[in-house]
Design a protein around this ligand. Structure first.
Ligand code: CU
Length: 71
C-alpha cells in the first residue's frame, strides 16, 4: 500500500533528506519518494500505519503535514 503525504515547509535537498530520515524510522515504511516541488512524499508500506503516526514523525522533524491519502 502507498500513501501520499502532503508536506509544508520543505525548501531544499536537506529538508528532503530530513523528511526521508524521519519516515525511515518507522518499521512499516519500506520505500520513500519525496517530491520537493510538489510538496509531498509517497511512502510504500508493508503494514497498516495510522496517519497520525506518519504525521507525528514528520512534525517531529519540523515540517507540517497538510493531508494524507492512499494512492
Ligand atoms: Cu531545506
Amino acid at each position: 500500500m502507498k500513501k501520499q503525504i502532503n508536506i509544508e515547509g520543505m525548501s531544499c535537498g536537506h529538508c528532503v533528506k530530513h523528511v526521508k530520515g524521519a519516515l525511515a524510522e518507522l518499521p512499516e515504511v519500506v520505500n520513500i519518494e519525496v517530491n520537493l516541488e510538489g510538496k509531498y512524499a509517497i511512502v510504500e508500506l508493508n503494514a497498516q500505519v495510522a496517519d497520525a503516526k506518519l504525521k507525528e514523525a514528520i512534525e517531529e522533524a519540523g515540517y507540517d503535514v497538510t493531508g494524507i491519502k492512499e494512492v
